[in-house]
Ligand binder design. Structure first.
Ligand SMILES: [Zn+2]
Length: 381
């Protein structure tokens, strides 16, 4: 049962800060090829991706994930070095432990176990792995999805190993995600001496009111599948660094997480109307990071839920909250996409960690899911 923990450790040791892969994918491929997987590497620029498939029959079930991790932040604040996997009382510390090297290890170990007992499954298994999920996500999953479209490969079911669990392993399964829309706003004023404000135009003062109004605004109430749309300012910069100068510009970055009650156009219109009404001189750049998607309750979500229940005894809740994931690139092709992975309480934080027992249970859940979806024999449930 330790194999999944050992493999997670080997992945954490490789300091694959996005878009670096540092040999994580080589390690995975070296384990998949002996199981009969055909591997295609799809590298684009600095980004490493691979597609692996065993068998050609339908249905096609795919594990999707990423080998890159976010930067560790100040290493001195970690209880142990972020790229030295360290186990204390059944908890494994290291950058990527929960997001999402532990899930990658569980996918491999589950596949090994399943194929050990079932060498001729009814259907085929794929792996869609990138090193560009935490970064711009342009040269990663998107490129593999394009490749699969050119090759006429259609994925029936896809499990993304993102850390969906909140309190205990398997308590939450994500069957969709909100959309994400980014805005970069520059408000222009007139620079001047703080003692002569009548000769300047302070863009900070001009923008404060409308920014606060945008923060306070209720965008919608959500719907059956999605929580309410939210607006967050992530960066705000102005000033020359000295005490006696009114700055000439204010730069703001903000993000919408939006549900299917909104479209990028309705949100853009609402923001520009507010800025216009405030009389600001501004320019704004928009970047749509992903549209909302939903995998409706059915065969696949039922199989994932039943696998969790079989292993942990608990009934998971379906949810569309949380950040975006590469599921947004896979779902539009008609694939049923579900996310199920470790507890997400420490992801992207100092001292990221995962309970080692959870890694073992996660491998059990993934193996159970393979049995439920792809078993050929009478054991199929
Ligand atoms: Zn992740």
């Amino acid at each position: 049962m330790r194999d999944v923990v050992e493999l997670t450790r080997k992945l954490i040791e490789r300091p694959s800060v996005t878009p670096a892969d540092e040999g994580c994918q080589d390690l995975m491929i070296a384990l998949l090829e002996p199981l009969g997987f055909d591997v295609t590497r799809i590298d684009v620029g600095d980004v490493r991706n691979f597609w692996a498939r065993r068998g050609s029959a339908s249905p096609l079930f795919v594990f999707a994930g990423h080998t890159d991790v976010v930067p560790p932040g100040p290493e001195s604040k970690w209880r142990s070095p972020p790229f030295e996997p360290t186990e204390v009382d059944g908890v494994l510390f290291g950058r990527g432990a929960a997001d999402m090297k532990g899930a990658l290890a569980a996918m491999i170990v589950a596949t090994q176990r399943f194929l050990n007992s079932e060498s001729q499954p009814s259907g085929s298994i794929g792996f869609l792995i990138t090193s560009d999920e935490e970064g711009p996500a342009v040269d990663g999953t998107r490129q593999v999805v394009d490749y699969l479209a050119r090759e006429h490969v259609e994925i029936d079911w896809c499990l993304v190993g993102e850390p969906s669990s909140t309190a205990t392993l398997g308590d939450v399964i994500r069957n969709g995600r909100r959309g994400s829309l980014n805005g970069t706003l520059r408000v222009s004023g007139v620079q001047g001496h703080v003692a002569y404000p009548e000769l300047a135009n302070n863009p900070i003062h001009a923008a404060l009111g409308v920014l606060e109004a945008l923060c306070e605004r209720s965008w919608d109430e959500g719907n059956d599948y999605f929580p309410a749309t939210s607006f967050q300012i992530s960066n705000i910069n102005a000033g020359t660094g000295v005490e006696n100068v009114i700055p000439g510009e204010l730069d703001v970055m903000f993000n919408f997480r939006f549900n299917s009650e909104q479209s990028p156009e309705t949100l853009k219109r609402a923001v520009t109307e507010a800025l216009d009404n405030a009389g600001l001189n501004y320019a704004i750049d928009w970047r749509l990071s992903g549209m909302p998607f939903i995998t409706e309750v059915g065969t696949f979500t039922d199989a994932v839920s039943a696998s969790v229940t079989a292993v942990t005894g608990q009934t998971p809740q379906l949810s569309t909250s949380g950040g975006t994931s590469d599921g947004r690139f896979i779902a539009p092709t008609g694939t049923a996409v579900v996310e199920l992975g470790p507890v997400n309480a420490t992801i992207h934080k100092i001292d990221e960690q995962v309970v080692t027992k959870d890694l073992e249970l996660l491998a059990d859940i993934y193996a159970e899911l393979l049995r439920r979806l792809l078993s050929a024999g009478p054991e199929r449930r």
